[in-house]
Design a protein around this ligand. Structure first.
Ligand code: 3H9
Length: 708
């Protein structure tokens, strides 16, 4: 039998243990091993029932996702289908009890459902998260789950992909019993109790499948929900189709429908992109020159300077992670406003049912407002979130240097300023780092961690680890202007504004990028973030701009008119009191007038050109960033853009998107823009090279990972 599976006995109960660390994925060898164990159990007259359990920290976290990549790139055969193994388990003459702890996800839950009974540790979770990989369950999950939990619950689980906690799984009928204490002991006792009695087969349990009349509104509502909330995604709709088949066809035919839909999804660009994102989110945690064993600084208390939108959001992030945090502002009115916003924000979460009142009270108790630096001596980490101006930030860091204990991490939430320059105002630049949160800080998952030239490895490792504890995805970036995210965002928005100046309407620009999959169009995003932010930065850096290069002017003119975006009720759009946008004919007329004054010819611009101009601007700048080493890998850019800038995950991020289009084609487009629009479009040398060699950014990343 394969090393991955152990077969042992506790009296008359056989125990099959899966040992494929870290998460017991169904890698090659696992199904074969389980199959062999079932054969032996069937033949062994001394066995009356069996328990299947995961070794280590979990049951089975699903199919081995790496195998999918090998399959779609032609590097692996399909292997023995799980379906036949699951039938073998279900047909076993001895009852099989699945004992679940940790997670039974995807193929893991499908294996569990083929057993005759399921018992679970109270902290266990079950789920069909395939949709998050652009897939649907492919081993009869869409057929067995509705039979256990009903059509409604199965649709919910297969379309949102979210985990279900064991007590809820019990209520839903997915699990038969919860076991407190020793799971194996409890499962063996359970098996002994049911041994010899008729064992239910999930595939034959049709009572919960409902009638077409009952199910029609469920499917219609689910499809509508998917179209609204999972825009452009194919897998959730495929999952609904497969469950619909379960409710109308015999089990075997339903499985055939599922198999076809699964394969369609597996070979789709969406699934390849989402699998890239799955591994990418884990890859970004790895920093080549900072080994896993690097010591870290315990962060048990924090302090935030500045109670504005960002500062108060950051304080909430720490409180949400159970870390006590001081929130300081020199100005009482600003501090009170910050606290009011925090309370409002939490009240809204209670209202939406996200948190219980008690959880909110506990969090609020962790946030201590202050007008002075007096208690900062205790803080293990300070995050400065004052107004974005170098002089002010340096002053704050000088103060922090005086008051904070030695070894405390001094972090700046700057989104563009030079972290080394900020560090130079302290006597301990090794303790200084950038932690760039995205607005709203308590919601957005991205945390750009900016490594200064003196930031110590300990400080970097601590922030990378802390990001996970804070519920964020930390991406390490180098200290260049705008770091990674905003450095790329600049040419992206620049092109959007150029397009307006060349004759595209504001709404057409936003709509084209929204249709591409961006969470919001660039100009609407600009209004949300505040047009004045970019304006101030442009003014700060104007002396560095090369003369003779085209500069966008429309946003600056809007700022000169006091149109800073949503916060002033007007920017590219106008806003009502609920911040609902509507097109503003005044801005449309003004942009035409400004363009005429600047002598920019007006023309019809297609949605395709809008997308190409904006997205290739991201790609070209991204390629420079990778080449200059400010991002560790191309995938770091992808994860940044998906989690901080609303780039559609199903397109894998800008660099993966360019790979998908083909780098030669991307390079040709950019070269064409270079010829038409001038120097700003000079192709990045790395892009040129990879395109000429017929390679991809993903190739380059693989090569880097292999080199260590
Ligand atoms: C499926 O099952 C399809 C079926 O219908 C069958 C069709 C035939 N495969 O996340 P972590 C790696 S689709 C391969 O950091 P955590 C991961 O890359 C699958 N590798 O730990 C990482 O590697 P590294 C449905 C996997 O404790 C290491 O394990 N299932 C897989 O924070 C640790 O992972 C899912 O989508 C895998 N399935 O979270 C579940 N899972 O150390 C996906 C993990 O080299 N997995 N790895 O970077 C998860 O959601 C989380 O990993 C889990 C643990 C919650 C389990």
């Amino acid at each position: 039998m394969s090393d991955l599976i152990q077969l042992t006995k506790d009296g008359d109960i056989a125990i099959i243990t899966i040992n494929n660390p870290p998460v017991n994925a169904i890698s090659p060898g696992v199904p074969e091993g389980i199959s062999e164990a079932i054969d032996q159990i069937s033949k062994d007259a001394s066995v009356s029932a069996a328990v299947v359990i995961g070794g280590g920290r979990t049951f089975i976290a699903g199919a081995d996702i790496k195998e999918f990549t090998k399959m779609t790139s032609g590097k692996a055969k399909t292997g023995p289908g799980l379906l036949s193994l699951l039938l073998k388990i279900e047909n076993c003459s001895k009852p099989v009890v699945m004992a679940i702890h940790g997670t039974a996800f995807g193929g893991g839950l499908e294996v569990a459902m083929s057993g005759h009974y399921r018992v679970a540790a109270p902290g266990a979770q079950v789920g069909q998260p395939e949709v998050k990989l652009g897939l649907i369950p492919g081993a009869a999950g869409t057929q067995r789950l509705p039979r256990l939990a009903g059509v409604d619950k199965a649709v919910e689980m297969c379309t949102d992909g979210n985990p279900v906690k064991a007590p809820d799984a019990l209520k839903a009928g997915i699990v038969d019993q919860l076991i407190e204490g020793d799971l194996l002991k409890g499962a063996v006792a359970f098996a002994r109790e049911i041994a010899g009695k008729p064992a239910p087969r999930t595939r034959e349990r049709n009572q919960k499948l409902g009638t077409p009349e009952q199910n029609a509104p469920i499917f219609a509502a689910a499809r509508e929900n998917v179209r609204r909330k999972q825009r452009n995604l194919i897998a959730p709709l495929a999952a609904i189709d497969a469950i619909e088949a379960a409710s109308t066809l015999p089990f075997e035919e339903g499985c055939q429908v599922e198999a076809k839909l699964f394969i369609d999804c597996l070979y789709s660009d969406q699934s390849k992109a989402l699998i890239h994102v799955f591994f990418g989110e884990r890859e970004v945690a790895k920093v080549p020159d900072i080994p896993k064993e690097t010591s870290t600084i315990p962060v048990n208390s924090a302090a935030v300077v500045g109670a504005g939108t960002m500062g108060s959001g950051i304080a909430m992030v720490f409180a949400n992670a159970g870390i006590p945090v001081l929130l300081k502002d020199a100005d009482r009115t600003a501090l009170d406003r910050g606290l009011t916003n925090i309370r409002k924000n939490y009240a809204a979460s209670v209202h939406r049912g996200r948190y219980a009142q008690q959880a909110v009270d506990e969090r609020l108790a962790l946030i201590k407002p202050t007008l002075t630096y007096d208690d900062f001596t205790q803080a293990d980490m300070v995050i400065e979130a004052v107004f974005e101006g170098l002089a002010l930030k340096k002053e704050v860091f000088g103060e922090l240097d005086r008051v904070c204990k030695s070894g405390a991490i001094l972090a700046s939430n700057t989104s563009t300023l030079n972290i080394d320059e900020i560090a130079s105002s302290t006597s301990r630049p090794a303790s200084v780092i950038g932690t760039h949160f995205f607005s709203p800080a308590n919601v957005m998952r991205l945390l750009e961690i900016v490594r200064g030239k003196a930031s110590s490895k300990e400080v970097v490792a601590t922030c990378m680890q802390l990001s996970k504890r804070l519920g964020k995805i930390g991406v390490l970036v180098g200290n260049c202007r705008g770091f990674v995210g905003n450095r790329m965002f600049h040419p992206y928005v620049r092109e959007a504004v150029f397009l307006v100046e060349e004759g595209a309407s504001i709404e057409a620009v936003d709509q084209a990028l929204y249709n591409f999959g961006m969470a919001m169009g660039p100009l609407a995003t600009n209004d949300l973030a505040g047009l004045d932010v970019g304006w101030r930065i442009r003014k700060e850096y104007r002396h560095l701009e090369k003369p003779g290069i085209r500069q966008a002017f429309a946003a600056d003119h809007l700022c000169e008119m006091g149109r800073f975006g949503q916060k002033t009720g007007a920017g590219w759009y106008k806003y009502d009191e609920n911040r609902k946008p509507s097109p503003d004919p005044e801005v449309a007329a003004l942009t035409k007038k400004w363009s005429a004054e600047a002598g920019i010819p007006q023309r019809q611009i297609s949605a395709e050109e809008i997308v190409d101009r904006c997205i290739y601007a991201l790609v070209n700048e991204g390629a420079r960033i990778v080449e200059e080493g400010y991002a560790l890998r191309a995938v770091d850019i992808d994860i940044t853009y998906i989690n901080g800038y609303g780039f559609p995950a199903y397109r894998g991020g800008p660099m993966w998107y360019a790979d998908t289009v083909g780098l030669k084609k991307a390079y040709d487009h950019i070269s064409e823009f270079h010829r038409t629009h001038g120097e700003l479009w000079e192709p990045a040398p790395l892009l040129k090279r990879l395109a000429a060699e017929g390679r991809t950014f993903a190739d380059l990343d693989k090569q880097k990972v292999a080199a260590g």
